[in-house]
Design a protein around this ligand. Structure first.
Ligand code: DQA
Length: 147
């Protein structure tokens, strides 16, 4: 079983980036916690961050045939990227969308997610805990799929 954790633009700055909104946990901290969980559940886990839309799409396309689930925070591309949405629709790999902040309680332009309609579910507003919950949701889904 393999999970890809994908982080979009500016999430490499977590820890120092607007901590009152995104918290003080660093991206390395989030990835470390997920790696520990993956070890416990015997799941292979890879983390990938990019500030570039095309790189995110290339990495998602490369998941076909080798990745069973995706945890995705598309960051600002959530609200703009038809290309990432089309890619998720094309690859058909169960994906959980995660946002650290509650995008529905923020500026109007953050309320709409281009990607939400093509993912299994969305978790937002729970900070770094959202990634842990997304991991468990994928584990449940693997069991349902008999993986
Ligand atoms: C975010 C929310 C987005 O609106 C924002 O552009 C981000 C981070 C979050 O995790 O809360 O970069 O996806």
């Amino acid at each position: 079983m393999k999970i890809l954790v994908m982080h979009g633009p500016n999430l490499n700055l977590l820890g120092t980036r607007e901590p009152e909104i995104y918290g003080r946990t660093t991206l390395a901290g989030i990835d470390r916690d997920l790696a520990l969980l993956a070890d416990r559940f015997g799941v292979e886990l890879e983390s990938f961050q990019s500030n570039h839309e095309g790189e995110l799409i290339d990495r998602l396309q490369a998941c076909v045939g080798n990745t069973d689930g995706i945890i995705l925070n598309p960051a600002a591309y959530t609200h703009t990227s038809i290309a990432i949405r089309d890619c998720l629709a094309a690859i058909q790999i169960p994906t959980i969308e995660v946002h650290l902040s509650n995008i529905h309680a923020r500026e109007e332009f953050r309320h709409r997610s281009m990607t939400a309609p093509v993912v299994m579910g969305q978790i937002c507003g729970l900070g770094a805990l959202g990634y842990t919950l997304a991991f468990h949701a994928l584990i449940e889904d693997f069991a349902k799929r008999g993986l």
